[in-house]
Design a binder for this molecule. Structure first.
Ligand SMILES: Nc1ncnc2c1ncn2[C@@H]1O[C@H](COP(=O)(O)OP(=O)(O)OP(=O)(O)O)[C@@H](O)[C@H]1O
Length: 235
């Protein structure tokens, strides 16, 4: 369970409020987060694993505060960035997954076998020794996912996880993420994917403007973007 209590984010330099005081309890297995560019979705997502700290208020994951228990929270919460290059740091694909496994699998050979299995599951077995810099954008996104899945987190926060993927892998990764025994918080511009969640948050100008059933949330978002302001006001 993820709990936001009056969590507020203010940009340190400008003093601009990026996320208004937000109180939420996230229990559902699959929650989608939608909203316009720059509305605050990534900021909300990053609060969950402590990549962003609330300026005021708190965020707790399974009772652990991101502020006081950052390490435990990061072990529970796997984070997938929109830009996979932000989380790939080793020279080759296999080495990168092995780095993710450093705490959970002892011994280099066992780690290599586990890394190859993780790569194989995402169609990257033949890319194991290829330089990360030589992988395509979609392959990098899959590699980042392999690294996150390899450590079996109980929660995955995915910030537009399928943006760079082709149709086949988009469907495959979406289905894979939904099938995992984890809580999935998915930030997405893909409204079809958002609709598959149990609950959807619509973020607008740094606040949760709608929180409810995905179908209603998508309609609310469309009204917000394309008009019908009298409906978009209800929140
Ligand atoms: N550290 C920061 N300092 C100043 N402004 C920031 C900072 N981080 C985010 N912002 C601003 O806060 C707003 C929300 O950013 P955020 O990345 O959360 O939006 P988003 O909804 O994820 O956008 P997108 O869909 O384009 O990825 C943006 O206007 C962004 O420029």
């Amino acid at each position: 369970m993820i709990v936001f209590e009056d969590a507020t984010v203010v940009a340190p330099d400008s003093g601009v409020t990026i996320l208004e005081p937000t109180t939420l309890t996230l229990r559902e297995r699959h929650i989608s987060v939608i909203g316009a560019n720059g509305s605050g979705k990534s900021t909300l997502a990053r609060l969950i694993n402590g990549l962003v700290m609330p300026t005021e208020g708190t965020v707790t994951v399974e009772g652990k505060s991101t502020h006081k228990h950052g390490r435990e929270v990061r072990r529970m919460v796997g984070f997938l960035f929109t830009d996979p290059s932000a989380q790939l740091i080793m020279p080759t694909a296999a080495e990168d997954v092995m780095l993710s496994l450093r705490r959970t699998v002892k011994g280099r050979d066992a780690r290599m076998r586990a890394a190859l299995e993780a790569l194989d599951a995402l169609g990257l077995a033949d890319r194991a020794d290829v330089a990360v810099s030589a992988l395509s954008g979609g392959q990098r996104q899959l590699l980042a996912l392999a690294g996150v899945l390899a450590v079996a987190p109980s929660i995955i926060v995915a910030d537009e996880p399928t943006t760079l993927l082709d149709l086949k892998w988009r469907g495959h990764v979406g289905a894979l993420l939904r099938s995992l025994p984890v809580q999935l918080i998915e930030v997405t511009h893909d409204l079809d994917s958002a609709m598959r969640a149990e609950r959807t948050l619509v973020i607008d100008s740094g606040r949760v403007a709608f929180d409810g059933a995905p179908g209603d949330a998508v309609q609310f978002y469309r009204d917000l973007i394309f008009g019908r302001p009298e409906q978009a006001q209800r929140a």
